[in-house]
Design a protein around this ligand. Structure first.
Ligand code: SF4
Length: 237
C-alpha cells in the first residue's frame, strides 16, 4: 500500500483534533440537527482537512468552515455560497478543474493550488475566539512548511490576513505586524520571497452586497497566477 504523504498525514491528524471543545461541540450539534434542506446528508461534522495540489505554488488561506458548507461536505468552500463564488473564478484562472463544488466526490481537481483556513472547525456565527485561532495555528505552521513550492498566499478576509501575519511573526519572517494593513488588493512580499495578496472574503455578505464582485475576485487570482509564474521564471533563470 502506498505511504501517505506528509500533507495527507497532517490532514488525518487535523480531522482527529479536539483542541477546541466549544467548536467540536458546535460542529457535532450542527451535524446532528442539520438544516432542513440537507436532512438527507450525512454531515462531515469534524475538522475540515485542507484540499488541493501538493505541489501548489499558491495557497488560499480562508477563515473557517461554514456550518452547513464544509462542515457538511468535508471539503473547503464546498457546498455553500462562498464556494459558488470562489470555484468558478478558480476554474476561469486555471486553478480548478471545474466551476462547481458540491461534494468530496464531485471529481474536482486543483492545480498548483492548496486551500486551507486559519480555523478548521466551523465556529458559531463565523467568529472563532482568539484562543481558538491560537489553538489552530500550529496546523498552519506545519502545513506551510510542507508546501515546498509555495510562492503566493491569497488571504481571504482580515482574520485570515492577520493569521498569515501572525505566522510570519512566529516563524521569524517579520519582527512586527505593523506596516501591513488589510485592504482588498493589498500586496507585499515577505523576506524570503513569499508574496501575500489580500482579498475580501467571498462570503454572501460581501458578494450579495457588491462589496466583492466577480471582476475584483478574478483580478486577485490572475495576479496570484502572475506572481506564481514570476517565481517560476526566476527559478529557471
Ligand atoms: S479549530 Fe483547529 S485546533 Fe480547534 S479543534 Fe478544530 S482543528 Fe483543532
Amino acid at each position: 500500500m502506498a505511504e501517505a504523504s506528509s500533507l495527507q498525514d497532517l490532514n488525518s491528524r487535523v480531522v482527529a483534533c479536539e483542541r477546541c471543545p466549544r467548536l467540536r461541540a458546535y460542529c457535532a450539534e450542527v451535524a446532528s440537527v442539520r438544516r432542513r434542506a440537507y436532512a438527507d446528508w450525512e454531515y462531515w461534522g469534524r475538522p475540515v482537512p485542507s484540499f488541493g495540489d501538493e505541489q501548489a505554488r499558491v495557497l488560499i488561506l480562508g477563515l473557517a468552515p461554514g456550518a452547513h458548507g464544509s462542515n457538511r461536505t468535508g471539503r473547503p468552500f464546498t457546498g455553500d455560497g462562498s464556494g459558488e463564488f470562489l470555484y468558478p473564478v478558480l476554474h476561469e484562472t486555471g486553478f480548478a478543474s471545474q466551476p462547481k463544488a458540491v461534494s468530496r466526490d464531485d471529481h474536482m481537481k486543483l492545480t498548483s493550488l492548496w486551500i486551507t483556513a486559519v480555523v478548521r472547525c466551523a465556529p458559531p456565527a463565523n467568529k472563532p475566539t482568539p484562543e481558538e485561532l491560537r489553538n489552530c495555528a500550529p496546523w498552519l505552521d506545519e502545513e506551510i512548511g510542507l508546501l515546498r513550492d509555495l510562492r503566493v498566499v491569497v488571504c481571504l478576509g482580515k482574520i485570515a490576513f492577520d493569521g498569515l501575519l501572525a505566522w510570519a511573526v512566529r516563524t521569524g519572517r517579520l519582527n512586527l505586524r505593523t506596516g501591513c494593513a488589510f485592504s482588498h488588493g493589498a500586496e507585499f512580499t515577505l523576506p524570503g520571497g513569499l508574496s501575500v495578496l489580500a482579498s475580501y472574503h467571498p462570503s454572501l455578505q460581501n458578494t450579495n452586497t457588491g462589496r466583492l464582485t466577480r471582476p475584483m475576485f478574478l483580478e486577485i487570482f490572475r495576479r496570484a497566477r502572475r506572481l506564481a509564474d514570476l517565481g517560476l521564471e526566476g527559478m529557471k533563470g
